[in-house]
Ligand binder design. Structure first.
Ligand SMILES: Cc1ncc(COP(=O)(O)O)c(C=O)c1O
Length: 190
């Protein structure tokens, strides 16, 4: 499903098209500085403009990332129900889709960390995190993101199986994700 763009967007595009010069696509530093200013004002996040890069879309950028970091046939985790094109872009590139199904509870969706552990254990090297998550409408909490990141890092850093098992054990024992993150950080396992 898609929505018609707002009139100011349509007008700005028409105005730009009427200029009739389409040849160059470089972006001046002001373009990145405007993004930096917006992030600082809205999210209190100071982004380093030298780390920014323009992408022609989310899907082309995902394909670029897989091309840069993975080998053909590598496993990539997605969390259905999720934007269907993620599966297509992985398969089109030559990766293997691995699913970590979200859990629904009273209309709200949660990450299944036990399953994520198992899938990561089966050798998945890459995970596409969709945030906000289309179509379930979740914005993942800082703790959920940190818990996912720590778990992924434990596998990627080639830590021993034992360290990974310890992380899972702590995940089960702690009351919530925030406590889990705190406890794991203290143990310095990852
Ligand atoms: C989660 C998500 N990612 C990516 C896209 C498509 O992004 P793009 O057109 O920038 O490739 C959509 C479109 O609905 C989406 O829902």
């Amino acid at each position: 499903m898609d929505f018609k763009a707002a009139d100011p967007i349509i007008n700005a595009l028409q105005e730009r098209a009427m200029q009739g010069i389409y040849g160059y696509t470089s972006r001046p530093i002001e373009y990145f500085e405007a993004i930096k200013k917006w992030q600082l004002e809205k999210n209190n996040w100071e982004v380093d403009t030298s780390l920014m890069s323009h992408a022609l879309g989310v899907l082309p950028m995902l394909a670029n990332l897989m091309h840069t970091f993975l080998e053909k046939g590598d496993k990539v985790i997605i969390q259905p129900p999720v934007f269907h094109e993620f599966k297509n872009v992985i398969e089109a590139w030559g990766g293997e889709v691995v699913t970590n199904q979200l859990i629904e509870n009273n209309g709200r969706y949660y990450i299944d960390f036990d399953d994520l552990r198992n899938k990561a254990k089966q050798g998945a090297k890459f995970m596409i995190v969709c945030n906000p998550h289309n179509p379930v409408g979740r914005v993942w909490s800082k703790e959920e993101l940190e818990a996912s990141f720590l778990m992924r890092r434990a596998f990627n850093s080639r830590k021993s199986e034992e360290a990974v098992e310890r992380i899972i054990e702590l995940f089960r024992k702690t009351k919530n994700n925030a406590e889990f993150v705190q406890v794991v950080k203290k143990t310095k396992i990852v």
